[in-house]
Design a protein around this ligand. Structure first.
Ligand code: NAI
Length: 475
């Protein structure tokens, strides 16, 4: 088996944590039981690009339990948990000397070149007859296949220019080496039955491609299952934003002024968490609806420029770019903490910060840097501007990821087993499946659900068994 991880000897530790996580992931374990006999993913060759954590290990082993062949990478250079990666490679029945699990190409602290090399490896199926499914988080695997196929069609790979980000140069270099007469990427795109996308940012890319007519295979938007974005993005970040801040800095949050940029699902969870710790939270927004929500939730809402000099902690949650610029960072208080929990690192202008004249980088520990300005004041940047909850801590806990990943497994089954029902487009799972995912997580929390009477169901115009809400309901 081909693979590349940091240290296979961490597998035993990883396996112990996977065992604990399985108990906290009732949705995934129920799906394993439900489909054990029918094996709906037999024949599926799934390339996964999603943070290689303990929770993801349980997802991977669920896909395998349903019959899939899997190859995996992380979707961020800092998010791999090395013991999880090792345990997945060794597998539940293998040993360090005889690994029998799943090929993983991921370790914590990859360079950008290594990151894209890993993605390429996981897409290069032995024998050349796969993958036929992608499970993506942020859309990097989908992007590589699409750009490869596009440049093969055009017959050339364009050169990156000086104004392109460093990462684009890396991607172009990789495509220059792999785009060719054998039409590897074109064939890969043709083989792929579909992609299931985990996050807001990746979904945004998919809708753009569909709109432009460039999407090459159908996609299921897992993010917009209610049991994903209204849980993982919100309650997951409510947990893991604090974890990231604590592990990185251990600074007391109570009494501090914290700015949360963006009040979508992630922003709501982060603002709630920091308020829970006693911080005085200020929100920035561009959307009047979200701004009004933040105000009615009791937060001051203003612009970053207004408060940049008085805040102690900054967290960007927008999925947009250039939210905190270099000139903002220059105006911050001494040792202000600057972090991003959105998918990509361009929410904070790290390139601009690095170019600031006379600035000095003082590495405190992995994923924590003090940047000292010429006037002597400094700021602390977490995870080099990449998502801090996975870069500086361990991301979301198992229970909330069980909701997200149960949606992922159901979406993979839908696209793989019912391919003809999904012409090229971007779909969300039907509401009855969303409700099913929630239902699978109620017992573990001791939730007792009220059952509608037949008369009540008729009165509100639903079926006793659900779905209970119309598709446009917003929760
Ligand atoms: P969302 O679309 O619900 O929220 C983003 C909010 O930011 C919106 O309300 C938007 O109006 C606001 N916004 C956009 N530009 C802004 C600007 N210039 N200034 C202030 N506010 C601005 O998206 P969601 O689901 O909250 O996701 C946000 C990001 O977090 C995405 O990149 C997503 O992929 C990522 N994500 C990260 C997770 C993690 O564990 N680190 C988990 C889930 C999502």
């Amino acid at each position: 088996m081909d693979f590349k991880v940091a240290d296979l000897s961490l597998a035993e530790f990883g396996r112990k944590e996977i065992r604990l996580a399985e108990h906290e992931m009732p949705g995934l374990m129920a799906v394993r039981k439900e489909y054990a006999a029918s094996q709906p993913l037999r024949g599926a060759k799934i390339m996964g690009s999603l943070h290689m954590t303990i929770q993801t290990a349980v997802l991977i082993e669920t896909l395998v339990a349903l019959g899939a062949e899997v190859r995996w990478v992380s979707c961020n250079i800092f998010s791999t948990q090395d013991h999880a990666a090792a345990a997945v490679v060794v597998g539940p029945n293998g040993t360090v000397d005889d690994p029998q699990g799943v090929p993983v190409f991921a370790w914590k602290g990859e360079t950008l070149e290594e990151y894209w090399w890993c993605t390429d490896q996981a897409l290069a199926w032995p024998g050349g007859d796969g993958p036929n499914m992608i499970l993506d988080d942020g859309g990097d695997a989908t992007l590589l296949v699409h750009r490869g196929a596009e440049y093969e069609k055009a017959g050339a790979v364009p050169s990156a220019t000086d104004s392109d980000p460093e990462e684009w140069h890396v991607i172009i270099d990789l495509l220059k080496r792999t785009v060719g007469d054998e039409k590897r990427w074109t064939k890969t795109a043709e083989r792929i039955k579909g992609v299931t996308e985990e996050t807001t940012t990746g979904v945004h890319r998919l809708y753009e491609m569909f709109k432009n007519g460039t999407l090459l295979f159908p996609a299921i938007n897992v993010n917009d299952s209610v049991t994903k974005s209204k849980f993982d993005n919100k309650y997951g970040c409510r947990h893991s934003v604090i974890d990231g801040l604590n592990r990185a800095t251990d600074v007391l949050i109570g009494g501090k002024v914290a700015v949360i940029c963006g009040y979508g699902d992630v922003g709501k969870g982060c603002a709630d968490a920091l308020r829970g710790q006693g911080a005085r939270v200020i929100v920035t927004e561009i959307d009047p609806i979200c701004a009004l929500q933040a105000a009615m939730d009791g937060f001051q809402v203003t612009t970053l420029d207004e408060v940049v000099g008085i805040a102690d902690i900054f967290v960007t949650t927008t999925g947009n770019f250039d939210i905190i610029r270099a000139d903002h960072m220059a105006k911050m208080k001494h040792q202000a903490i600057v972090s991003n929990i959105g998918h990509f690192d361009n929410e904070i202008d790290m390139a601009g910060l690095i170019k600031t004249e006379g600035i000095v980088r003082n590495n405190i520990k992995p994923q924590v840097d003090e940047w000292i300005f010429p006037d002597g004041h400094s700021i602390i940047v977490l995870a080099e501007g990449r998502l801090m909850n996975l870069g500086c801590a361990t991301g979301h806990p198992s229970f909330v990821m069980s909701n997200s990943f149960t949606n992922q497994v159901i979406a993979q089954i839908e696209l793989f087993a019912k391919t003809e029902e999904y012409p090229i487009g971007v779909y969300v799972l039907p509401k009855h499946l969303d409700e099913k995912v929630a239902r699978l997580h109620l017992d573990a929390l001791g939730v007792k659900l009220t059952t509608l009477t037949k008369e009540q169901a008729e009165y509100i115009g639903v079926d006793v068994e659900g779905p209970y809400k119309p598709d446009h309901y917003r929760y």
